[in-house]
Ligand binder design. Structure first.
Ligand SMILES: O=C(O)C(=O)C[C@H](O)[C@H](O)COP(=O)(O)O
Length: 219
């Protein structure tokens, strides 16, 4: 899988990068060095979750100051947030779940988006709405690779970014599935490394994650 240069508009979140780091930014000052470490390690697509008060500013800072990063917003759960994050520079949108109103707002934004699903009926409902790419969340708790494999038989047109509980040991098995385009996870951002501003360690873990996803399979 190739990663487009950051200037290319992406039609799909799943084609940005095989591993998408899911980031919780507590300190705004950490946003740019953290993103630089991820990009330097080979993970350009970065999902900043809207779980902290500084998340919007973090998206703005990364979008403006980190060449090579493709910053997106995660935990987007309202239509209002869609407008805010796109104005801040988010280039993709991710949600742990979905509603009709949220999907309408995400589609109207013009940037690629991944609503979250964890059941077959949700997949069918989104396919009915013309959405074929989804976050599978919480991946490990909702059935993991066995569930995704089972979905691929009746619903091969749906493609997923599994996220939730995935680590370096399990990521390759997900990435080998035909209906998985990328995986999301926070394992390359251990809490103690971020708290200690150990960006070298983050970069090294990002590099391992990028290599994991590139190797070992015929994708
Ligand atoms: O914040 C959101 O919108 C979420 O849906 C949750 C995140 O995707 C997971 O928390 C990441 O999973 P871990 O790799 O297990 O940390």
């Amino acid at each position: 899988m190739s990663t487009p240069p950051s200037s290319s508009p992406a039609a799909s979140v799943l084609d940005l990068a095989p591993v998408v780091p899911v980031v919780v930014v507590d300190e705004l000052a950490d946003a740019v060095p953290l993103a630089r470490a991820l990009v330097a390690g080979g993970l350009p697509a970065i999902e900043v979750t809207l779980r902290t008060p500084v998340a919007l500013d973090a998206i703005r800072a990364i979008a403006g100051e980190v060449p090579g990063a493709v910053v997106g917003a995660g935990t987007v759960i309202t239509a209002e947030q869609v407008g805010e994050v796109v104005a801040a520079g988010a280039r993709f949108l991710v949600s742990p779940g979905w509603t009709d109103g949220l999907v309408d707002a995400m589609r109207a934004s013009g940037v690629p988006f991944l609503p979250g699903v964890s059941t077959t009926s949700e997949v069918v409902a989104l396919l009915e709405r013309g959405v074929r790419e989804m976050k599978f969340f919480p991946a490990e708790a909702a059935g993991g690779t066995a569930y995704l494999k089972a979905l691929a038989a009746p619903l091969p047109q749906a493609r997923f970014c599994p996220t939730g509980g995935i680590g370096p040991a399990s990521a390759p098995e997900y990435l080998a599935l035909p209906n998985v385009g990328c995986v999301g996870g926070s394992w390359m951002l251990p809490k103690d490394a971020v708290a200690g501003r150990d960006w070298g360690r983050v970069e090294a873990l990002a590099r391992e994650a990028a290599a994991l996803s590139a190797g070992g399979t015929s994708r």
